[in-house]
Ligand binder design. Structure first.
Ligand SMILES: Cc1ncc(C[n+]2csc(CCOP(=O)(O)OP(=O)(O)O)c2C)c(N)n1
Length: 289
């Protein structure tokens, strides 16, 4: 299948929900194009979390510079659920961090767009390697800790985990550290699609109630509709307020999403956790989007 990636670069400043939805749709279309070209990779999580990424990167929540991606005072994002990287790559490309044409190299030999993010591949915006569930989150807490306690800077650190990922014990050790060390500069985003690789969360290993657990671990916790831009922004505003006013409280955003959101035959089906669309499916998905 011959796909083309339109070279667009969206701005990172507050927008209306309508404007954000245009960007989210572009990201979802890029995800489909990348996956059908690669012939392997994860569809469900990336499509389901596209609205979260859109709000984070294109509504003024993250400070980054496409002309100088490594500038010292940038905010950092760590995708702990590394398998969801197609959404991060599509987001970074649409933010102008690298040419969109490079999205066609997903999972190709020697590409900067590895099947799980690789820090040493040098892709702008990738702050650490991730993919072994739980590890990225711990690294992100470490980044926030060093920013706050050692460097005493105003930088923010965001990290996204899946909900199945919460079954990793190390997540809770890191969460405990975040509140113990009063990391109000740290924002934990949980993609709560209720699906994981092999089934529903409660059937594989029940981690609910997630909100009560986050609160018990000391997080200022907001539950929101992960497909509603206003609710997502209100949740990020809670974090920005904690960070700005130095409340000493880390923030957790539990974003309720649907795996595969936007593509009817993928929506809310864990079977699409780790599968790419074939050509016929990709054509249908692109038409729907
Ligand atoms: C330590 C570790 N164990 C197992 C895996 C294999 N694995 C990759 S994704 C996944 C399921 C994660 O579920 P969730 O976090 O809900 O992500 P989603 O299915 O929503 O994309 C598993 C078990 C892994 N990457 N790392």
């Amino acid at each position: 299948m011959n796909v083309e990636f339109e070279q667009i670069s969206f701005e990172n400043k507050r927008k209306s929900s309508k404007e954000l939805s245009v960007i989210a749709r572009e990201i979802r279309r890029d995800i489909i194009k990348m996956l059908v070209t690669a012939g392997s990779g994860h569809s469900g999580g990336p499509l389901g979390s596209s609205d979260i990424f859109t709000t984070l990167y294109f509504n003024g929540n993250m400070s980054f510079d496409k002309h100088n991606p490594l500038y010292e005072h940038r905010d950092r994002f760590v995708l702990s659920a590394g398998h969801m990287c197609p959404v991060l790559y599509a987001t970074l490309a649409n933010a102008g961090m690298f040419p969109k044409a490079e999205l066609a190299t997903l999972r190709k030999y020697n590409t900067r767009l590895q099947g799980h993010p690789g820090r040493d591949m040098g892709l702008p915006g990738i702050e650490t390697s991730s993919g072994s569930l739980g590890q990225g989150f711990s690294i992100a807490v470490g980044m926030a800790m060093s920013d706050k306690l050692l460097d005493k800077t105003e930088k923010k650190v965001y990290s996204l985990t899946g909900d199945g990922e919460l079954q990793e014990g190390s997540i809770w050790e890191a969460a405990m550290s975040a509140s113990h060390f009063k990391l109000d500069n740290f924002c934990w985003i949980i993609d709560n699609n209720d699906c994981q690789i092999d089934g529903r969360i409660k059937d594989v290993m029940d981690v609910y109630p997630i909100d009560e657990k986050c609160r018990a671990f000391g997080f200022d916790t907001v539950v929101c509709d992960g497909h509603n831009f206003e609710e997502l922004q209100a949740a990020f505003d809670v974090f920005l307020n904690n960070q700005k006013n130095k409340t000493g409280r880390p923030t957790a955003i539990i974003a309720k999403t649907f795996m595969g959101h936007g593509v009817s035959f993928m929506e809310d089906s864990y079977k699409w956790h780790g599968m790419p669309p074939n050509e016929t499916q990709a054509i249908q998905a692109l038409e729907e989007l």
